[in-house]
Design a protein around this ligand. Sequence first.
Ligand SMILES: Nc1ncnc2c1ncn2[C@@H]1O[C@H](COP(=O)(O)OP(=O)(O)OP(=O)(O)O)[C@@H](O)[C@H]1O
Ligand SMILES: [Mg+2]
Length: 456
Amino acid sequence: MKPELLIIDDDEEIRSQMKWALVDDYSIHMAGDRASALEQFQSKQPAVILLDLGLPPHPASPEEGLAILSELTSLDRRVKVIVITGQNEKEVALKAVDQGAYDFLCKPLQLDELKILLKRSYRMTSLERENEELRERLQSKGFEDMLGACPQIQGLYASIRKVATTDASVLIIGESGTGKEMAAVAIHRSSPRKEGPFIAINCGAIPENLLESELFGHEKGSFTGAHTQRMGRLEMASGGVVFLDEIGEMSLPLQVKLLRFLQERKIERVGGRSLISVDVRVLAASNKNLLEAVQQGQFREDLYYRLAVVVLKLPPLRERGSDLELLSRAFLSRFSKELGRGSLKLSPEAIDAIRHHSWPGNIRELQNRLRRAVIMAEDSRITPEDLELGAAPIMARNLPLKDAREAVEREMVLQALRNNDGKISRAAAELGISRPTFYELMEKLGIKKEVDTVPE
Ligand SMILES: Nc1ncnc2c1ncn2[C@@H]1O[C@H](COP(=O)(O)OP(=O)(O)OP(=O)(O)O)[C@@H](O)[C@H]1O
Ligand SMILES: [Mg+2]
């Protein structure tokens, strides 16, 4: 896939010359004034921009060009803007560099010089990206794949590191998909038991009558179906860690047995007669509020305090601020690689939609939506539809006022047309405007008359 390049120049001839010279190596977009430059920039997100400083309405002075430069760099501090100035305008060029331009070229342009500078700019961009990814990974002081830089997660990493060195029981709570199991694995991997096994058991997924023998094992013939002697998960985890997932689903009678095990550190297999010592660290997880369950008599208080020597709380994704984007980009690049798609980007609309969604399924939901989007995306940009997310409401979209106004107008016009079966005079009346004004609006917003409307 060719890298995107935006050329901002009001001279038609220069634009077509550059296009001709560069089109083999770059995917080229053009703009001749500030409005279209910003629009192209936001929709194509080029890493490098060529900007002629002399633009309308002041083609003879660098004023407009410098204003665009500062808008572009404030929208994206990483974008590389190469400014193009007139012959004896070194001072202007230096001023532009001082204001954040990456480099400059003076007219008349030398094509070979331009090509080298472009190559260097893209190379710099990719180095910076790599560097940033590396820093993000280092910042998160890696529990391998566990990503995140928000303050809550930083606090969580610190807690994981502290509890990892002990043998204390840890209760991990958090909504579904927030990374409870991942946190348990991280504790295991950074603990002295890391060479020992990590055995997980989902107390909510195993029928109650089987859970006891899953945990404690059974002797041959102890119940119908127990054809052989079998080791339980607690015993299997000996020397390592047992992870009791969805502990809140465990029945009260079994809670009693688990409590006894935690007190004595010995198990008795179902149907067995001897006690076996087991050296295991217990980590448990729940997406329910266990203290509430205690109050309602569904969970034993004494067991709760045995398990919850330390409580780690995983924040829901919607409260993790900028991590949402960090995780989105990380998963996007992981899945594009895994699924063999070239480099994919999130469109600005997709980013808004992601920010606006409440993520009830948390990180797992984010992974699922992005995996789907990578499969569904029709070009190199992921849309809200690819993610199966509605577009964010206009107020949440972070648009310049002019675009927001147009977006509202468009939605109202389309809605009025829908409400009135496409009949223009009724739609206009609903909005309290005249028919000609309504037509003008449609024209301005590019809403097609033939398709969705009935002129009467
Ligand atoms: N900080 C993170 N960085 C990257 N991936 C993460 C992170 N936290 C969780 N994940 C991924 O999100 C998915 C869900 O995580 P996990 O299974 O640990 O959540 P959970 O809280 O146990 O969910 P559930 O309640 O549904 O069992 C996994 O694929 C996991 O790899
Ligand atoms: Mg889980």
